[in-house]
Structure formats: C-alpha cells, structure tokens
Design a binder for this molecule. Structure first.
Ligand code: URA
Length: 213
C-alpha cells in the first residue's frame, strides 16, 4: 500500500472549514464535493490510458484516452455518497458500484449490508470513496471484496485518515501484493479516540453531510 498525502494549500484550507463545528450541512456538502475533485486529480495520476490520434483543424495530434475496461467508482454508503458527484465530474465515463458498510459502534467491526458491484472486475481500476479512514476495518473489508473479484488496482480517496487506519491497510495489503492499493488523503490526523473517531477529525462525516438520523 502506498499513501499519498495531498497537502496542497487549497486542500488544507477547505479541510479546515470542513473541520469547523460551526460549518453547516449545506456548506459541508459543497466543501466535501470540492475537496474530492482536488483529491481525485492526484488519485487519477496513474489511471491507465492508451494512445490515440485526433485530427485538429491543422494536423494530426497524438493524445491519449482512458483505456478499457472503464474505471469503477465505489462510494461506501452512507458517507461516501457525499463524494460521488465530485468524483464523477472528473471521471464522467466511469461506472459506479455501491457498497453499504456499517461499523458496529461497540466492536468497531465492519459489516456489509448492500453490495451492487460488478461480479468480474478483472483488469479494472477501482476508486473507493470514504471520507474518513479511521480504524481501517471498513476499507480492508471492501478491498478484500474487490480483490476477490480480481480488481487490478484500488485507490481509496479519503478526506482524512488516522495513522491507525493507514497502518491497518498497509498491514493487510503490503506493497508488492495484488491488487496494488493506494490511499490518497487530504490530512493524516493525530489518533483515534476510544470510540474510533478521528482526533481532531471533523466528527461523524455522515451526520455532517446528511444530518443525524
Ligand atoms: N467515521 C466518521 O464519520 N468520523 C470519524 O471520525 C471516524 C469514522
């Protein structure tokens, strides 16, 4: 697993607003949307392309287009939905698969309650959307699901990450193993608290995006 910390000043500026407990739902959603587009720019740096020639009004020009098979975007329900529009804006041709995962607030174990992923992911690049990489349990469970369907690479885009979660994903998918795993995040925070929340973090990302249920 490789980690890319996208600590661009604009990312940090927007993350700071996102963290602020005074930021309301509407502004939070808009910021999350803008942030994922900035992070997605880094996350897609290694996306597979193939050569193509187009005819300009003056001459043929060499270029590239995304290679087949199409990338797959996988938002983890519920909070990952808040990142979907920002990601599809950058990769409008990608397919989208949905996975619902919830963590038990006592045991912090992840369980899958919905799975709408293609059965065969051979050769496909998967981009997982999850705002908070906390314990890493959810992300490891999802990557195992994608690996069982033969995904070629998995890139997780997380607004924030905790060192504990990064270590867990790294332990499960060390560099050199398949699928190749990358985590792109806007910040690596200090630690998790005893409830598995990232500190200082931003609180419950799902609640802040969609309101508490
Ligand atoms: N999920 C969240 O929404 N926030 C955290 O801090 C950790 C997990």
């Amino acid at each position: 697993m490789r980690t890319l910390l996208a600590n661009h000043p604009l990312v940090t500026h927007k993350l700071t607003l996102l963290r602020d407990a005074g930021t309301g739902t509407a502004e939070f959603r808009a910021l999350a949307d803008e942030l994922v587009t900035l992070l997605a720019y880094e996350a897609t740096r290694e996306v597979r392309v193939e050569s193509v020639t187009v005819q300009t009004p003056l001459a043929p020009a060499q270029g590239v287009r995304l290679a087949a098979p199409k990338p797959l975007i996988v938002p983890i329900l519920r909070a990952g939905i808040g990142m979907l529009d920002g990601m599809t804006r950058l990769l409008p041709m990608a397919d989208v698969g949905f996975v619902g995962m919830a963590r038990n607030e006592d045991t912090l174990q992840a369980s899958t309650y919905a799975n709408r992923l293609p059965v065969d992911l051979a050769g496909r690049e998967a981009f997982v959307l999850d705002p908070m990489l906390a314990t890493g349990g959810t992300l490891v469970a999802l990557i195992e699901l994608l690996a069982a369907r033969n995904a070629a690479t998995v890139t997780a885009i997380c607004l924030l990450a905790a060192p504990e979660g990064l270590r867990r994903v790294e332990g499960a998918f060390p560099e050199g193993t398949s699928p190749a795993v990358r985590v792109v995040t806007g910040a690596i925070d200090a630690h998790l608290n005893d409830k598995g929340y990232i500190v200082p973090g931003l609180g419950d990302a799902g609640d802040r995006l969609f309101g508490a249920i």
